[in-house]
Design a protein. Sequence first.
Length: 430
Amino acid sequence: MQSVIKTKYGMLQGIETESGYVFKAVPYAMSPIGKFRFEPPQPMEPWEGIRVCDHFPPMAIQKREEPDSFYGKEFFSYPEYDVDMSEDCLYLNIWTPKNAENCPVGLWYHGGGFQNGNGAEPEFDGEAFNRRGIIIVTVNYRLGFLGWFCHPELRNEGVSGNWGLQDQIAALDWVRENIASFGGNPENITIFGQSAGGMAVRDLVCSPYVKGTISHAIIQSCNGHKGFLKVDFTMEKMERVSEKFLKRKRMTIDDLKKMPAEDFPRLQCDYNLFAGFWTRTGLSLTPVIDGKYLPMSPDQAVEIGETARVSYMTGSTKNDLTVSKRGIADARKSKIQMSLMRWSGYHTRQGLPSYSYRFERPLPGDNAGAFHSSELWYVFGSLGRSWRPMEKADFALSEQMTDAWASFMKTGNPGWEPCDGENGYFKIFP
């Protein structure tokens, strides 16, 4: 493996790390600007010369986290990991081991409620996985209004919205097409994500465009089967909501196509308030059931065996969403944990051994406990970047967790017994 490699679209030059190489801001589709706004991702065009991949790409258009908020301090208070923001956002970051050859691949979809986040946050890093012979790829995709807004006038081949879902599929297609050049095995790809990224994985495994292209899937801290979040609306329902919204705002689709990208976060706030009245949820800009990319709800798909026929790993944290700061001592009383164990259980009973875990380590530095997203520092082995006064026990736990995730990516087995439902086994990371 060299720092300069050839893909189908052109040459890329990465930078050396302690464990291998990282290629930052690798484009996987044309920039979704101008005539490509509210359109499916367009295939990349080849470039000439060597593209130097030495800086992280811009994040998708979004409202930045307030620096004094809990998550602002936790994940977005590190100037060295701050990135620009742009509608030109369809990029990958690829970490690959030195002398990589036929390595398993982990393709990561970040969280953030489908409205925030990016693949270069400080908690995301590929080096710990590189040391275990795994290639890690993180994905940026369209968010918020530009990623999920549905409207009849935006239909393309009968579908509107799900622009972000189509980006996620395009990223997977690019990886399958090109990862061998980085020393990866295109026949051993694990898609994984947390929060909205976990929900994205949950949707992707129900898409006919993904089935048969992946080997394993990991779903962290989100809905499993019949979860607590009200999502999975139909495209038609959200189109009706969007028509009402534009009428209220006295705006047209042409206005949206001409609007400066930086104005969308403000419009998005208005939309969230308006749409929440009709959907009874704060998550109104999300993947929709469109009959094409997402033919049915994930709940229905898992019940009738229409998800990707792969092994799954699911889990949550002790102080996860909908859980108080005190946490829930009995995991079987946690709605989020039980919904994820039901997801694993369905697949285990369908002959696809699947697994579950629970992260219970209270992070040092405050009394937030094992909060939503807290496990990410541990999974990616990036604790040294955190402001928190991590202890030896934290680093030891991180090694165990990265080992488990790496084992699952390699073999489909993280190292403990499968989960067969709500009363099944789950691994505790204390």
